[in-house]
Design a protein around this ligand. Structure first.
Ligand code: SAH
Ligand code: MG
Length: 200
């Protein structure tokens, strides 16, 4: 049994330290998706301190999660948190830049929750690691409501650039004929892209 008091502590500490962990409604949606679709393997890009990986790991007794984080402090904290909950058999943490490494395993679900300007790159790199009929879920697709704004109304140049990149990602998903993508206004916005099955 997972000690929910520890999970709550991890969450509270993340909020206190301003680590951008997943929204409650978003993780509820993902966990229901994992259950309903009998997902057994997950690749997460962007571990932060391990909160979303821990939450996903709790939902299925035999789920296996691989999660990648490039920030050393966060990776170390995630390791500690996963160990504290005795989840190190279910969650494998990798300390690396996801765009600079290679995995050959395949997964039922890929959860993209890392640098928001790089989502197309993560998608294109890791779709090779997706099983047939697998799903790619991306978080923060609305980015605090800014993604539906006209970018010319956003004063900060960096923020404007980021919003345009997320808008481009949305276009990329809409045009991608190999996936059916749904955009959900849950939490900070989720996209759910289901790979179409192709006869070979
Ligand atoms: N999934 C976490 C939150 C992740 S926050 C949760 O909901 O609990 C996003 C994280 O992605 C940050 O910690 C950041 O360091 C990491 N990140 C950004 N770009 C990355 C990359 N290219 N490779 C690996 N990690 C990355
Ligand atoms: Mg997120």
């Amino acid at each position: 049994m997972v000690d929910y008091k520890i999970v709550k502590e991890i969450k509270d500490n993340a909020i206190k330290d301003k680590v951008p962990i997943i929204n409650d409604d978003s993780i509820s949606y993902i966990n229901k998706y994992i259950k309903d679709n009998n997902i057994k393997t997950v690749l997460e890009i962007g571990t932060a301190i391990g909160y979303s990986a821990i939450m996903m790991s709790i939902v299925n007794p035999d789920i296996k999660i691989v999660s990648i984080e490039r920030d050393q402090d966060r990776y170390m904290q995630a390791l500690k948190n996963v160990k504290k909950l005795d989840l190190d058999k279910k969650i494998e943490l990798i300390y690396n830049d996801a765009l600079n490494m290679y995995l050959d395993e395949k997964f039922d679900l890929i959860f993209i929750d890392a640098a928001k300007s790089q989502s197309i790159n993560f998608f294109e790199k890791y779709e090779n690691n997706l099983n047939d009929k697998g799903t790619i879920i991306t978080d923060n697709i609305e980015f605090h409501g800014l993604v539906k704004e006209d970018p010319s109304n956003i004063d900060s140049r960096d923020l404007r650039g980021l919003v345009i990149k997320i808008q481009n990602y949305i276009e990329f998903l809409k045009e991608n004929k190999n996936y059916d993508t749904e955009f959900l206004s849950i939490g900070d916005g989720l996209s759910v892209s289901v790979k179409k099955w192709k006869e070979r």
